[in-house]
Design a binder for this molecule. Structure first.
Ligand SMILES: [Zn+2]
Length: 463
């Protein structure tokens, strides 16, 4: 198959593969600015840095947009077993967990499958739920996210929530438990696999464990920023292809793979497309989202603030953690009408990426998808994983990012953006409300959608 973009592909790819710019940017983001968690100085420095890079690369309309939200600052947390023995277990709070001091019995809900919550629902009330971080408990096809396990605990009137990392040797894993920016009403804390196994063995032997949880986290009004920059189209400037990644990591880590490896890949795509892209038919927009880790807050704010212009977005490619070590596939979030187009790209580009058709709600494409926008992501379609590994632990550090993976992600994002922006006829149309409802009620998603409605009503009552 002929490649109509060959000269540009060669320039873009050649530049990316002979430059150390991306890894220099990674070093800034991780080693200098740290976690970039919402509310930290590093977050602000990272936002300024990304903005200045986009300006240096020659993008247009570079600016930040404020994101107002309920922020969260970590305090000390303790977990004491008080019955039948006295023992202190190291723990951390999960973002958007409230400050508390409480005692209760523990109930083990294993990997937190919806069925476990259903079968034990009469027993959960007033207790502290213990679950692991396993993605797909009991071979459920879809991902059962931490927020769902926490939410099902709320619906069953639990008093607290303990999240056990299911990986050995990585300590506790973090992750937000709030809902749409609201804080959780019961404490969520996280412990290591080793401590979790200890508690389970004790529970098995003794039948009953009582613990005391004390946390001192704080909640306050904060402002974050989305950073936006454009390469304006020359023929249809209003029509937009978007690439994006969030730039905040979790406060306990450098957030190097998730998300910084994606941030530097998007920056790299911006750099080479600005340099070689020439006369683009349509605008290519680069978005760096704030505060994703505590509820996709930056991308949600963008959807709200730009609602009337969303119809002009032809495609959004999410590149959250895109420079990770997994295969560089393209996951289209339920757009089979684009299969043929992406198969053609794949042949044209001489790449072997797989094309998936699954969607999930755990990154910044989701608010856009819920607004009808056509989205996809650089995601591993071929890999089957049981979880995040060192992701969301303090071990997500600079050394985990491989330069070749970042280059592959950057080149893939840039080459796809170029193609999507120049495609004369785009074979997919944005979803209207009926089509969105339909998508969320597909058989494999329906129980999740039902849960989402219940938990949404639950939080509505809290306010
Ligand atoms: Zn991420």
């Amino acid at each position: 198959m002929l490649n109509p973009h060959l000269p540009l592909d060669q320039k873009i790819t050649g530049d990316i593969y002979t430059s150390d710019e991306a890894m220099k940017n990674l070093s800034k983001l991780c080693d200098e600015f740290g976690s970039r968690f919402g509310g930290t100085k590093g977050e602000r420095l990272a936002a300024e840095f990304i903005q200045s890079k986009l300006e240096d690369y020659g993008l247009d309309n570079v600016h930040t947009e404020n994101v107002e939200y309920l922020g969260w600052t970590r305090g000390k947390a303790s977990l004491e077993i008080i019955t039948p023995i006295m023992k202190s277990i190291p723990c951390i709070s999960l973002p958007h967990s409230p400050p508390v001091d409480l005692e209760a019995e523990i109930i083990n809900l294993e990997d937190g499958a919806p069925a476990d919550f259903d079968s034990k629902s009469d027993n959960i009330k007033g207790k502290i739920v213990l679950v692991t971080s396993v993605f797909s408990p009991k071979d459920i096809k879809r991902w059962v996210h931490r927020k769902e396990k926490y939410g099902r605990s709320l619906l069953a009137d639990a008093k607290g929530f303990i999240f056990i990392n299911h990986y050995r040797g990585y300590g506790p894993a973090t992750g937000g438990i709030g809902f749409e920016g609201q804080a959780g009403p019961i404490p969520g804390i996280s412990i290591s696999l080793e401590d979790g196994e200890f508690i389970k063995r004790l529970l098995e032997r003794q039948g009953l464990i009582k613990i005391r949880i004390k946390t001192s986290d704080s909640l306050s009004h904060m402002i974050s920023w989305n950073i936006i920059g454009d390469l304006p189209g020359k023929v249809f400037p209003k029509e937009v292809v978007m690439l994006g990644s969030h730039y905040d990591g979790h406060d306990i880590s450098q957030g190097a793979v998730d998300p910084a490896s994606g941030v530097i890949a998007v920056l790299e795509a911006a750099r080479v497309l600005a340099k070689y892209g020439g006369a683009l038919a349509r605008t290519i927009r680069f978005a760096f989202w704030g505060v994703e880790e505590i509820g996709l807050l930056g991308s949600k704010s963008y959807v709200k603030e730009h609602f009337d212009d969303l119809k002009n977005i032809r495609f959004y490619l999410n590149m959250d953690a895109a420079g990770n070590g997994l295969p560089k596939d393209i996951n289209l979030h339920g757009w089979p009408e684009l299969n043929a187009t992406f198969e053609r790209y794949q042949k044209e580009m001489r790449l072997d990426f797989a094309i998936g058709q699954n969607f999930h709600d755990a990154s910044d494409h989701y608010p856009l998808l819920l607004a009808g926008i056509i989205t996809g992501g650089i995601e591993a379609v071929r890999a089957t994983s049981t979880g995040r590994g060192y992701g969301h632990t303090k071990y997500d550090t600079f050394d985990k990012v491989n330069q070749t993976d970042v280059r592959a992600a950057a080149a893939l994002g840039a080459r796809l953006a170029l193609r999507i922006a120049s495609e004369d006829v785009w074979p997919a149309k944005q979803r209207n409300q009926a089509a969105i409802t339909n998508l969320l009620n597909q058989p494999d998603q329906k129980d999740l959608n039902d849960f989402n409605q219940k938990i949404s009503a639950y939080f509505e009552k809290l306010t």
